[in-house]
Design a protein. Sequence first.
Lengths: 149, 105
Amino acid sequence: MKTLLNKACIIDLNIKDKNEAIHQMVDVLENEGYLISKESYLKDVLEREAIFATFIGHHIGLPHGRSDGVDSTGLCIARLKNEICWSNNEDEKVKTIIMIAVNNDNENNVHLQILAKLSRMLMHEQFRNLIQHGDKASVLELINTTIII
Amino acid sequence: MMKVVGVTACPSGVAHTYMAAEALQLAGQKYNVDVKIETQGGAGIENELSREDIDAAVCVILSNDILIQNEDRFKGKKVLRVGVSEIMKKSEAIIKKIKQTFDNE
């Protein structure tokens, strides 16, 4: 099983809008071998965003989608140079984006449990602070030591 | 201790289901309310509510983004329906309000 997060998937981004951010992050996940079909995953992420934007408060966006385009469950974390709007609601500004790629295979219940744990951890301030402001090595260690079952 | 139960679910069942549940539990700790939340997410039903849980609760919080399974369990209970995003943003306000409302009954 591939690790949930590798160092190349923690990136600093200087972009103008959400669409650009999502495209670049999908590229990263593809380059790191997490995807079977970039097009299919991108489509599923955008469709999920369209249902309702994945703003979770605290200047964090959490785009995700279960998709046949995903090979192995993975994360991409982007820390933005400048805040961007995440939805039509002007209050929903994002500075950190955590993209989750999950495949559609029902047998991969373990992966969904890992993501459930990550989602729960994001509600804790200390965890969020490290993801948003910690150095890459610390973020990597945090994710790979706390998000296990 | 006052008890509140709830069920959360969301369209892809990957993240918001669990974030909303955790946010309500943290708010419960803060306001000294016993909060138990069942999650109906991608990993199936977890932390399932028992009949005793439901009977002991002053009210039920249900997310309303997608259909909740076995909703008839809550017949006769006071039910609060809120979207998962709203729950995450306002979990503390929701629990605080419930506490104030039912403390006075």
